[in-house]
Structures are given as C-alpha cells and as structure tokens.
Design a protein around this ligand. Structure first.
Ligand code: F6P
Length: 733
C-alpha cells in the first residue's frame, strides 16, 4: 500500500509541477498579450487626437476636450483623455481622470503602461507645437481577470489529469503487480507447505520474468524435496536406485574430480534463426535424450558439430556456450565443418555408408573414397578439439558417442596415452560377413580399439563386434572377459543398455481432446508413434498394420486415431527425402480409403511432420492410450522407454518391435515382428481391448525396469569401467 501511495503522490506532484510551470508561462503570455493590445489601442488614439486637441491645451478648454473625446466614446474600455503641461499637471481633462500624469520618457513617441493599481492603462504622446503632452486612458481591469482565468483553467486541467492518472495507475498496479504478487505468494506458500499449488502463476505480466524465476526456484525445491524423499525411501527399502545426485558423487569419486568430456556429432542445443530472432532448438535424437541427463548431473563439456545457422553468434571466443540455456550446467564446445566436410563425413560415410551397413533394413550401403577421406579428416578435426579441451588435465576422461567417430579413440590415444577413452556405439553391430563388405573395415576397427572401453546396447552386438575383430585383425580375444588385447593395450567390450530418467510428479496431465484438436485429429482412442523419419523405423509397416486393424475391426472406425509425430531427418540424402514422400503418400492413401460420408472430418492416420520439441512430445506420451515402436532394426530405441517413463494417470500399452534393443528389457510390452502386418494389427486390438488389470500389471513391470535401469545407472556403469581401465602411465585407482 505504501508503494502505491508513494507512486500516486509522485504522479500528482510531477503532474502538478509540469502543469504549474505550463500555466505560469501561459498566464505571463496572456498578460503580455492583453497589455500589448492596450498599448496598441492607446498609441493609435493618442496619435489620432493629438492634432485636434493641441489648440485646446493653450486654452485649457476641458469642455471642448470632453466633446472631442466624446466622439471616441464608443471605443471599448476608453476612460478619457487629458492634456498636460510638461511637468505633468493637467490643463484640460475629461472627467474622472487623475489630475497629474508622468510625462512621456525621453526618446519615445508613445509611452504606455499600466498605472499603479493595474486598473487603468495610460498612453502619452508629446504635443507637437506647444510644450506638454496628451494622455489617453483605458480601463485595464480585464488584464488581471484574464490572467486569473488562465490559472483557473490550468487548475481544472490539473485536477482532471491527476484524478485520471491516479485511477489508471491504481488500476494497473492492482491488475499487473499486486494481484500477480498475491497469487504468486499464495502459490509459493502452498508449494512450501507441500500442498498441491495448482498450475504455476501466469507469466505474461510485468512480473513475468520474476514469476518465471520464482517458478523455476520453486520447481527446483520441489524436485530436490522429491529426490530427497525418494533417496530416503530407497535407503529405507534397501534399494540402490541411481539418481542424478548419486551419479554426480559417484563420478566425482571415480574420476577423482576430473571433468568429463563427451564427444557426439549431434549437439544438444542448436541456435537457429526464426523470424529474425535467435531461438534454441533441441534435436530429435535418442543420443541427446540419453546422454544429456549425465552431463546435466555431472557437469563437463560436450564437443559437437555446430550445425545451427545461428550457432556461431552464440559462442564465446573459444567456441563454447554454457547450456542448457535456461539453467546452465555444462559447456557445449562447437566444432565447425565446411559444407564438403559435412557432406562427406556425416551424410556420406556415416549415414549412407555405416548406417545402412549396421542396420539390416534393406538399404544398400554406399562407400565412396571421397566420403571416407572426409570422415577421416573430420575425425581428426574433432580429435584436435578434444585435445585442446583436455590440455593440462592428467588422465582425462573422454566419452565418445556413436558411429560418426570410429577413428577418434585411436587419434586421441596416440596424442594422449594417459587419457581414459570410451566409445559407445548407439546403433547395432552386424555379423562379420555383413560388416566385411566395408572397404575400410580394418581401419575402422583399429580406430575403435584405441578406446579402453567399447560399448553397445546389447550383448548380441558385442559378440558380433568381437567376431568381426577376430576375423579382420591380428589380435587376441579374451572371451571370458570380453576384451580385445592388441599390442599391449586391452579394450573391454561390454553391453550398456542406454535408458532415460523416470518422469515423476509432472503435474496435471494435458487434455487428450485439446492435443488432438491442435493437430486437426479426431478420435477417442489415441495410439502414438514418435520417430525421426528414417527408413529403419518401420513407419510404413506400422501404417499397413493400422489399415489392417481397421479392416478387421470396423467398429473402431471413427473412434481410433493413430498420430505419428515424425521429425524429418538427414533430408539431403535422396533415400531419406524419398522416404518422407512415401510416408506421406501412404498416409493419404489409407486415409482416403476410410473417408466415407459417415466419417467426415475423421482420419485414421494423422501424420504431423515437423520438429516436435521434447516438452511437446512428453505431453503426447502422457495421454496416448498406446505407443507403437516398429523399428525394423534398432540399437535400443529410446522412444519405447520414454513412453514407459512418462508420468501418466492411467497405465498405457507399448507395442514394441522384437528387433529393438529395448525389447530385451521391456518384456511386458506386446512384442511384435514389424514385418508381420497381421500380428501388429492384432497387437493394436489387444492393446485397446486389454483388461485393465493386465494393462496395469504390464505397465508397472515395464516402469520398474526403467526405474531400476535408468540413464544414471548407464552413466555410472560406463564411468566405473572406464575408471578401472589402465591407460599408459595411469595411476592405479
Ligand atoms: O540412432 C543412432 C543415432 O545417431 C542416435 O544416436 C541419434 O539419436 C540419431 O541417430 C539421430 O541422428 P542424427 O544425429 O543424424 O539426426
């Protein structure tokens, strides 16, 4: 209240000062204007009368003077005329005038001015032929009255302004400051008391930034409290669940405080220009979803290709930027690639060569000498960046991600034998015959074996890798320990099934109807697919299954809707571009088949092609009745785990391809062969019609699997094995 009072008083004082100043100058100008007007009139009349009145001065003929003045009697405000000797005494004057008047000042043809009390105005002019002067008098009371009127109007204006401004100020202060503060205070009070505070206060007012910060603070407190409660619960239950806090402490201990360096081609945050402004984009990437929580928990540096069109504008002089943008926890170091490098290394060798080579999904790998050279050159570029990052750090710890960097482990080790290096391969590894068609298989394997630890999602891929090494290189395979020994160096080859963090206490779920409406979809039974638009994901097979399901179960026409959130990916590669078109065509064909006059406005398949923010995808997971993952071949597939990890009010059902790594852990999903359209269609029906009890049992078992084998456990196991490695010259740990 005191603030409001001070604000209103300040406004009143400021308005009064401005208004008083303005009125003062207006009054002064009005006074000068009115006197000027009298001066003008008086001097004109004195001039006009002077000749006629001059003879009367000699005769001191007041009567005649009265007559002459009478002729001007109609003139406004004229009070009279008098004739004077040089000393000022009147020789003749019309009645009611003062007996004397001061003679005109030297050098002025007319001397005009107000008399002392301001009620009369006098203008004098010297006579021409005889000594003395003539004086003309006008009433001047209107001058002060005019000035008073200006002040009166000024005051009224001030009063109106002050009233209006105070009312508006009070209204705005109440609406935009006091009410939001009251609401925010109440919201935070409930939060502090551990009660349900409802939705966070609106962010749009002037207090928006403050409310945003307060909301974040409150949410952090809430998360910390939940984490502490969870820890206490687990300690009580004798469980050993991995949490961000536990991983942080564990990593600090195992790496003896050394910073963690992660290398991955894809950056977790891209800065891009949109409508002239720089915005942040989180890519659709299982790798990012999996690895980022580790860096958020432990800190460190992520070295990646700077691929956003505004990336260069947002880094410092060392090409670094702190992320996440809303709450920085670690550094992102960007490496710049030329168009040719990106073409050869990323699109060419990595995605047209290694990607189809490792995925058995019926795409022929393309191996081009030029792409291989670029792949080599870019691996060298990243090696230089990493070496700068680890300069001066003894026994640094470098976690390399994926098939983009098969040569990097060796390059780093050659320069820094004391470094502890791991390489995690996020995609499958095929059998030795399949891999053997790669013209540079020996160089790739040699590069990978520079690492102390090579990880895959499942044991099967480790076995394939070890067999490939066994056939291609001179080395000793220790099948008991799953290690490769070569030239005095050992590489441990182990499965580390990647995962996600369980989402808990996410607040009230969104409305399914609203989400569906937002993309123009209709239906009550929502089945979801979330993928990069990649030919390995089995999206066309999934569409065929939806078609078959509706053919076999017409009762669901109009009620069932399949939403595919598809993110375009690697679209420079013709195979991917064609695939997007194929997916769109297939959705159109199936939708057209079911478009009858009874189903107007309903489509069985709603394909939302575009970038979908993680927060948006998370909202869909929370309301979808079932999620379908039908990859033809996949290292792990984190979409399956993200769906299971989502905080839902009711359990959902997961339909999962047996060719994903995830199917080894999520045994209570409905496991399908995606090539078997009939079986997937039957699984759709089974998912929808499942008894609630069975649905809950399966859901809880899958959630338990993700809870226990979460991403923090993945990080901890990798760090553990890496810390046990014995790089050249390393102190024993
Ligand atoms: O699945 C392999 C993988 O590299 C993931 O690790 C990553 O999430 C995904 O492909 C995304 O690919 P890109 O970075 O080429 O868009």
């Amino acid at each position: 209240m005191r603030v409001t009072f001070r604000l209103v008083v300040s406004i009143v004082l400021a308005a009064a000062a401005v208004s008083a100043g303005w009125t003062f100058f207006s009054a002064r100008a009005e006074r000068a204007r009115l006197i000027d007007e009298l001066d003008h009139r008086g001097s004109l009349l004195a001039e006009g009368l002077r000749e006629a009145a001059e003879p009367l001065a000699k005769r001191a003929d007041a009567k005649a003077l009265e007559r002459i003045a009478g002729r001007f009697g109609g003139r406004e405000r004229l009070r009279g005329v008098s004739l004077h000797r040089p000393d000022g005494t009147a020789v003749a004057a019309t009645s009611g005038l003062p007996p004397t008047a001061p003679p005109p000042r030297e050098g002025r043809p007319f001397d005009c001015g107000l008399l002392d009390d301001g009620s009369l105005h006098r203008c004098t002019a010297p006579l021409e032929e005889s000594p003395g002067f003539i004086a003309v008098f006008h009433g001047a009371a209107h001058v002060e009255a005019g000035v008073r009127e200006v002040w009166r109007r000024g005051f009224m204006r001030l009063l109106t302004q002050v009233l209006l401004m105070s009312a508006i100020t009070l209204w705005i202060v109440h609406l935009d400051v006091l009410a939001p503060i009251e609401r925010t205070v109440e919201w935070m009070r409930l939060l502090r008391a551990g009660e349900d505070p409802g939705p966070a206060p609106p962010q749009g007012s002037v207090l928006g930034p403050l409310a945003r910060e307060a909301t974040k603070l409150a949410r952090s407190l809430e998360t910390a409290r939940a984490a502490a409660e969870e820890e206490a619960r687990l300690r009580h239950a004798g469980h050993a669940l991995w949490t961000p806090e536990r991983l942080k402490e564990h990593t600090k201990d195992r790496l003896r405080g050394k910073p963690m360096i992660v290398v991955a081609n894809r950056e977790p945050y891209l800065h891009v220009r949109k409508d002239g402004a720089v915005t942040v984009l989180r890519p659709a990437s299982g790798l990012v979803a999996g690895v980022e929580p580790i860096l958020k928990a432990c800190g460190g540096t992520w070295v990646a290709h700077g691929a956003g069109d505004a990336d260069r504008e947002t880094v410092d002089s060392s090409d670094r930027v702190r992320v996440p943008p809303e709450e920085p926890r670690y550094s992102l170091r960007r490496v710049w690639l030329t168009r040719e490098q990106e073409e050869g290394y990323y699109y060419g060798f990595a995605n047209e060569g290694l990607w189809p080579l490792c995925h058995i999904a019926h795409a022929r790998p393309q191996f081009r000498e030029q792409d291989w050279k670029q792949y080599h050159a870019v691996n060298r570029l990243f090696a230089d960046a990493v070496l700068t990052e680890i300069e001066g750090v003894e026994e640094p710890c470098v976690l390399i991600q994926d098939y983009h960097f098969a040569l990097l482990p060796r390059m780093i080790k050659e320069a820094r034998p004391d470094a502890r290096v791991s390489l995690f391969w996020h995609i499958p590894w095929p059998n030795p015959e399949a891999f053997g068609i790669c013209p540079w298989q020996r160089e790739i394997l040699d590069g990978m074996l520079g690492a102390d630890v090579v990880g895959f999602h499942i044991q099967y891929h480790c076995n394939n890798f070890l067999e490939t090494v066994d056939r291609a290189l001179e080395c000793r395979i220790d099948w008991e320990r799953f290690a490769v020994r070569r030239g005095g160096h050992a590489t441990l080859v182990k499965p580390y099934p990647i995962s996600v963090a369980l989402e808990e206490n996410a607040g009230p779920p969104p409305s399914k109807e609203e989400l569906l409406r937002s993309i123009g979809a209709r239906g009550t039974l929502l089945v979801l697919g979330v993928d990069r638009l990649d030919y390995t994901k089995g999206i066309l097979e999934r569409f065929l299954a939806v078609e078959r399901f509706l053919e076999d179960n017409p009762a669901y026409v109009g009620r069932f809707v399949f939403v595919e959130l598809g993110a375009p990916s690697r679209t420079t590669i013709p195979r991917y571009r064609d695939f997007v078109e194929e997916v769109k065509r297939e959705a159109l064909r199936i939708n057209a088949r079911f478009d009858t006059k009874d189903t107007r406005g309903w489509r069985p398949i709603v394909l939302a092609v575009g970038h979908h923010e993680r927060t948006e995808v998370a909202r869909w997971y929370r309301v979808a009745d079932a999620c379908v993952v039908t990859s033809l071949h996949d290292g792990m597939n984190l979409v399956a785990k993200e769906y299971v990890a989502s905080d839902r009010e009711e359990p959902g059902t997961l339909i999962l391809s047996r060719f994903t790594g995830a199917s080894r852990e999520l045994r209570d999903a409905l496991i399908v062969n995606p090539y078997d359209v009939e079986r997937v269609a039957a699984a759709l029906r089974q998912a929808i019609e499942m008894e609630p009890e069975e649905r809950r049992r399966r859901w809880e078992s899958m959630r338990e699997a993700v809870r226990e084998h979460n991403i923090y456990r993945w990080g901890a196991r990798l760090v553990d094995d890496l810390s046990r490695a014995r790089p050249a010259g390393a102190a024993s740990t």
